[in-house]
Design a protein around this ligand. Sequence first.
Ligand code: SPD
Length: 344
Amino acid sequence: MKFKTPILPGRLAALLLALLPVASRGAGQLNLFGWSEYVPQPVLEGFTRETGIKVNFETYSSNEEMLAKLVAGGGRYDLVQPSDYTAEAMIRRKLLQPLDRARLTGLGNLAPEFTGRAHDPEGRYTVPYMSGSVGIVVNTEKVKTPVRGYRDVFQAAHRDRIVVVNDSRELVSWALYALGQPVNTVDPASLARVRPLLAEWIKLVKVFDSDSPKTALLNGDVDLGVVWSGEAALLWRENRKFQYLLPAEGAHQFVDVLAIPAGARNVAEAHRFMDYILRPEVSRQISAAFPYTNPNAAARRLLSPDELANPASYPSGGKLESFRDIGRAAADIDRLVTDLKSAK
Ligand code: SPD
């Protein structure tokens, strides 16, 4: 047999490797791009110990940051962790690839209310990771006036004593709720309406922090804020003086998901990680470190009564609403908030 180009042992090995199904190629690696303060290190280590797959973990602080880096990165990431409304936009823009659900043996562990949701009705592209809300946290030793809604937080009396998540869509939604406007139908007219109110509010804020808004409260640098529920849950665990409430005007409920970008290279590894996360005992570990609302019913059964009684992790009542993909208005929101912050 004659070869035009001699096949050297190395090239032969590479050729055989390319013919093997990805799953049987042995330990690979996984480039995971996730939210900061959300994926416990022991979970990453447990996955590597069991599978031999090395996890390269990078973090982001907003959906917008993730999207920008993903689009610029050209196949650098194998698994991302967008919020539901951002996943919806990514599906629409063909930035995600369909999942091979046969490889996700733990899907049945999910609570039914976290499946079939509007961002991905058939669960073709996404697997819920954690859910949560965005609400008000108050240091009740410092704030003695009643706080029920956004307008009670953004008072001149609280100037420079407020922390908020650094997230444009969230900030704009609070002003929309306060004005009784819809948060999922955003246009230039509704943004013009929120502008003066938000301009006032932004001037009162001391700290914008999406990574660890609890820190400013714990350090006593601020007295109240609007933060991710998981951060408020950690505060409550630390000291019951930190009370969480869902703003009376309405609040955002998010479901953050795992999804595989269209250009991902380590697709088998990404599925393996998703399936690992779906295991009750692994998902339970995530709840212990970052006590958001766990969408995994089997994992929830493993939580302690104390964990389930945390009012930030599992709030009762409240007018909760999901965000939807609002298309180009998302960029208008970003511009508005950047503008108002620079005028602060
Ligand atoms: N540190 C983890 C924060 C997760 C927040 N996800 C929801 C963001 C919605 N804008």
